[in-house]
Design a binder for this molecule. Sequence first.
Ligand code: ATP
Length: 326
Amino acid sequence: MKTKILTYLRNTDEYLSGEQLSRQFQVSRTAVWKYMKQLREEGYEIESVPRKGYRLLKTADKVTASEILSQNKAQWVGQEIEYFESTDSTNNRIRSFAENGRKEGLLAVAEEQTGGKGRWGRNWVSPKGTGIWISLLLRPQIEPQKASMVTILAALALVKAIKRTIDLDVQIKWPNDVIINGKKVCGILTEMSAELEAIHYIIVGIGINANTEQFDEEIMDRATSIYLESGKKIKRAKLIVEFCQEFEQLYEIFIERGDLENVKEEYESCLINIGKTVKIIKNKQELIRKAIGINELGELIVEDDKGTRETVFSGEVSVRGLYGYV
Ligand code: ATP
């Protein structure tokens, strides 16, 4: 009900009287008043004028279910939300929900992660109040080998969502990092439960440094935020819904086609490594290659100094610039 009232307030510039709202939602006027009180306590500025009614003046930078649902126009991605003030990892939460049979599209959102994860057991710093820490549940009927393609789609959807939100040059470091000015602004951790032939579910975990003002010493050389790059604080829920909408579109086409052919060009146009010499790190071994692009499976095509091409698979390597992170 709170979400419905918030959506209604959001979509009108007029005053809405308590009577109108109670009729619309079939609740008492006291109940309407209580919901308004709750919303105010959450940080929404709601004007109330005698004989006119309520009007939403300012929304809060919240990532609660109501705040996201009242703006989300995607059909199914993020249409069910589980919100946590604090949790170890939203990927862990989605794993339990998935095991309990929850539907594709479920989004876990946390204000803070105490054990945020990167690839290969690395940690992902996820403090309170400034970032976006979300995980999405998917149940695609595709071969398990294709699961890594979902990471490619998520990275592209993030770039598009950020660009819709703010005017910044956003790039991708293959396969899973979103980069602004050479530093990492988002990371993606895709996890899967599968058998040989079939996927049970995929978890797409996303961390976005949205309004972060500063980073700890250990990551400050490679981490940045949308705020640090643009000087502007964004409304995090808005970026979440932009992502849901962009991802849903890309994912539906992918499921229909079964490959990445139609997004290849757009993804490559965002790729920071393209045409550059990169270091491919595999089992502590380093190979120096030129990055050419991706194929329809989302693998990175690289070339050695003799012009011989090969592809590398995201599950087994890390890519670095020759002299630094990118
Ligand atoms: P790879 O190229 O293999 O993906 P990566 O260093 O980008 O390497 P990830 O697993 O994607 O690794 O991310 C985890 C790493 O990101 C951590 O080891 C840390 O260096 C860095 N990191 C941790 N928290 C953040 C954050 N909030 N923002 C940016 N970078 C972070």
